[in-house]
Design a protein around this ligand. Structure first.
Ligand code: EPU
Length: 433
């Protein structure tokens, strides 16, 4: 299996161009199921999660064609009913659950495999189900077959109030609501940039969705979506990851193709740690002048500090001067990777959803495991600055969400390569997708 080998100690210099947003693309691609006409998508990130979704759509009878790098044409006009989404690809990724909303919206029913195996307990979808049920669907979770079955005789207008702020539930209910003849109102909706992006895509195809980006979204459903062209938003978390890479490794990096407004919480925390941030129209220049200083972080729904940047910042803070405290406000188990950083010499203690980091002078390279996407890329960030050689294994987790990571880092001057490893990858279950 493949792994990354990183020889640390090289500062990063130059510019890096950010790809399209993973979390937008994995919503927009299932959303094309609602469109009876060709959709041309630009700035699609070429990552394994996107390729899995294309494989699933093709199995439904959709035509998916690569027109050029990052531009795809998807035509779901002639899907073959009945559609059952329970192939292995569905169970390999989290975002396949958007097929429930999309199929419900188009056909009034859906049968979709539980995402990522049966880890239903740790990543509940009760708010998604509550939303579908309030639109009149009958939802059954078959834990023996690991399927979600949603049935209806046609969905009805509804007002949905979420008990917690959930990205996935907001998107899923929005997708189903596009097929409702009448208005669906979502209250306590999530406000992440990718939710606005998915709503903008649907509107560009002919839907009528208002309020995305606020906590109340109103969908006037029942319109025919006819197709069109749409450009996926730049990836906020990929951009933040390269910003932290520069802060950790040192040097000066221009991170291009970003929306600086979406980066505000990340930029503010880097500045608080003493890292230079210069915002231009669609790029941010990150300069490290000195060792970062300690900061505290609490992850929250957007516009708060994103949980998907928590492992990268924790990694940077292992080398900061002083003691930092990180409070994880979204996922209680998002500190599993800290045991890997300890192997490299980091001083980190975890107590529940709080992690205390005492900054050390240096990390030392060793073999570390990518336990999920963001934790995995954080091992790469640690390797950029560690003394000696860092081997990152289980990199399939990283390649789900970072397009061309090795090439992009090499173009900035990092010494990183991807090689074949004789040892098999671990079969540990993925928790965060
Ligand atoms: N939750 C429930 N019930 C639900 C839904 C969520 O209790 O019905 C809980 C979750 O367990 C979690 C919290 O609510 O504690 C927030 O979960 P949310 O639904 O917002 O997360 P998600 O939709 O499953 C998306 C991203 C994640 C990102 C989170 C939070 C996609 C495909 N995934 O997940 O991205 O961490 O929002 O911003 O958009 C990543 O990219 O690495 C990643 C994990």
């Amino acid at each position: 299996m493949e792994k990354y080998i990183i020889r640390g100690g090289r500062p990063l210099e130059g510019s890096v161009t950010i790809s399209g947003s993973k979390n937008s693309a994995v919503g927009i691609i299932p959303a094309t199921v609602l469109v009876k006409g060709p959709c041309i998508l630009d700035n699609v990130p070429e990552i394994s999660d996107v390729f899995l979704l294309f494989e699933i759509l093709r199995s439904f009878g959709a035509e998916v064609t690569r027109l050029e790098k990052s531009t795809y044409r998807i035509d779901c006009s002639h899907l073959k009913e009945p559609i059952v989404a329970d192939q292995p690809a569905v169970r390999k990724m989290r975002a396949s659950y958007y097929l429930i909303g999309a199929l419900l919206g188009r056909f009034g029913s859906a049968k979709v495999g539980l995402p990522g195996g049966c880890d239903f307990g740790s990543r509940p979808i009760d708010q998604h189900i509550k939303g579908f049920e309030s639109m009149g669907a009958k939802v059954t979770v078959d834990l023996d077959e690991c399927n979600v079955i949603a049935e209806s005789n046609g969905l009805n207008p509804a007002s949905v109030y979420f008990d917690i702020v959930s990205v996935g539930a907001t998107v899923n209910v929005m997708l189903a609501a596009v097929g409702v003849p009448g208005r669906v109102t979502i209250e306590n909706a999530a406000k992440e940039p990718h939710i606005v992006d998915i709503a903008n895509f649907l509107n560009a195809m002919g839907a009528d969705i208002k309020g995305a980006g606020t906590n109340v979204i109103r969908i006037n459903g029942g319109r025919e979506l006819k197709g069109g062209r749409y450009e996926v938003l730049p990836d906020q978390i990929e951009a933040g990851t390269y910003m932290v890479a520069a802060a950790i490794a040192g040097g000066r990096v221009e991170v291009r193709n970003v929306i600086p407004k979406h980066m505000e919480s990340i930029s503010a925390k880097l500045e608080e740690a003493g890292i230079g941030i210069e915002e231009l129209d669609d790029s941010i220049i990150v300069t490290r002048y000195d060792r970062p200083t300690r900061i505290n972080i609490k992850t929250q729904p957007y516009p708060g500090f994103p949980t998907d940047m928590q492992p990268q910042f924790s990694t940077m803070l292992t080398l900061a001067s002083g003691t930092s405290v990180i409070t994880e406000g979204i996922y209680s188990q998002r500190f599993r990777y800290t045991s890997e950083l300890r192997k490299m010499g980091a001083k980190i203690e975890v107590d529940g959803n709080v992690c205390v980091i005492d900054g050390v002078e240096k990390l030392t390279g060793t073999r570390v495991h990518a336990c999920d996407l963001r934790a995995g890329v954080s091992m790469v960030l640690a390797g950029l600055v560690a003394e000696g050689v860092t081997e990152v294994v289980d990199i399939r987790h990283i390649e789900r969400g970072y397009e061309g990571l090795v090439d992009k880092l090499r173009s900035l001057g990092a010494d990183i390569e991807k090689v074949n490893d004789e040892q098999p990858e671990s079969t540990s279950p993925e928790i965060l997708r």
